[in-house]
Design a protein around this ligand. Structure first.
Ligand code: 1CP
Length: 345
């Protein structure tokens, strides 16, 4: 990592070191809430954009220019590495990832081959260009975690109850662990490609794992997520682990081995600090829907979060989940300034 980036407030907060102000970025900051994003994406399908370095660079930079956030997040999607190894899937506007032939047996698991850096040359190219353009501002690389990827692959698309996913997890544990093992290999390789190209932090999105009870997380998910974080330990880049509805899982998410645990809006950060335990920084956790309330409400709630975040050994301000598409970008601009000013030490 370049020395300026290593000294940035974001990287220092992830490492639980003193910072001049609380760093802030937003999950899904690069995307549909920005008019300049909708303009460049007008005629370009999502997966085409994700394979076009110039577009990746432009879209990743948009929120950095507009808001002055403390980190950029690589513009891509969690299904990009699966597409890259030949899984027949698409991202449908207004729906999300859809898989042509859902994976529900050993033959299906066999189609998940290992990922090689040569499968994603556009990722390497875009990250190399971005780290030059970003200078001292860190770039966060990311991947979907095995449970969340498995849910899309097994269900065939977005799912509320994850019925088929849980049916395999509970009913065919050997098949489940075979699938999760392959996804772990792919995810680990994909994150390492991003770090090798210059990403200065890595976030693992296990967005839907909140659907799983703690004992089942320990048995069916933790062995795999632990292997991912252990496999990144030599890289010297902060590792962030995030899921939605994970109040009961926060201790286990920390146990999996990340440096930073992302918290959604349901658990206050002082309580989350207690649940996660010592030796971790926290990221979060303003309800993204609060941005639809008047500014006075946003300000009061954000100051509360900054105060609660002081209980943690390190705090990165974020939303509790991604920016909602109809969010007014003006609210995020004001919020970024507020976090910087209110937390200045
Ligand atoms: O046409 C469009 O604009 C498609 C909308 C869109 C966008 C902008 C999708 C489809 N993905 C993305 C980009 C994206 N996806 C980013 C960009 C970087 C940023 O954060 O600014 C990231 C980090 C993701 C990651 C992602 N994709 C997650 C994990 C994060 C989260 O929000 O929980 C998940 C679950 C997905 C799946 C996905 N891709 C797209 C949609 C609409 C969805 C969710 C569908 C569902 O509800 O299951």
């Amino acid at each position: 990592m370049n020395p300026e980036t290593a000294e940035s407030p974001f990287v220092r907060a992830c490492r639980r070191l003193p910072v001049p102000h609380t760093p802030v970025w937003y999950m899904r900051q690069a995307g549909r809430s920005l008019p300049e994003y909708r303009a460049v994406r007008a005629d370009v399908p999502m997966l085409t954009a994700c394979a076009t370095p110039d577009l990746i660079v432009e879209i990743t930079m948009q929120p950095v220019r507009r808001y002055g956030v403390d980190a950029a997040i690589f513009f891509s999607d969690i299904v990009v590495p699966l597409k890259a190894i030949g899984i027949d899937l698409d991202i449908k506007p207004g729906v999300g990832p859809v898989v042509d032939r859902p994976i529900r047996d050993l033959a299906g698991v066999g189609t998940l081959r290992a990922l090689d850096p040569g499968d994603v040359p556009y990722v390497t190219e875009a990250i190399e260009a971005l780290t030059k353009e970003l200078g001292a501002t860190p770039l966060i690389g990311f991947a979907g975690a095995p449970f969340t990827l498995a849910s899309y692959l097994i269900e065939g698309g977005p799912s509320k109850n994850h019925d088929h996913t849980k049916a395999m997890m509970y009913g065919a544990p050997e098949l489940w662990h075979a699938l999760m093992g392959r996804l772990t290999d792919i995810t680990l390789a994909y994150l390492r490609v991003q770090a090798a190209a210059g990403a200065s932090a890595l976030q693992l999105f296990d967005s839907w794992v909140g659907a799983v009870a703690p004992a089942d997380y320990r048995e069916f998910v933790l062995p795999h997520t632990s292997r991912i974080f252990a496999g990144l330990a030599d890289l010297d880049v902060p590792r962030i682990h995030f899921g939605v509805g994970t109040g009961e899982l926060l201790g286990l998410l920390g146990e999996a081995g990340a440096d930073v645990v992302g918290v959604d809006w349901r658990v206050p950060l002082d309580e989350a600090t207690r649940r996660v335990g010592p030796g971790k920084a926290l990221q979060g956790n303003l309800d993204p829907a609060i941005l639809f309330a008047p500014w006075e409400v946003v300000e009061r709630r954000s100051r509360d979060i900054l105060a609660q975040g002081r209980a943690a050994e390190g705090h990165v301000f974020n939303l509790g989940h991604g920016v909602l598409p109809t969010t007014d970008p003006g609210q995020l601009a004001r919020l970024t300034d507020l976090v910087h000013e209110a937390s200045a030490r």
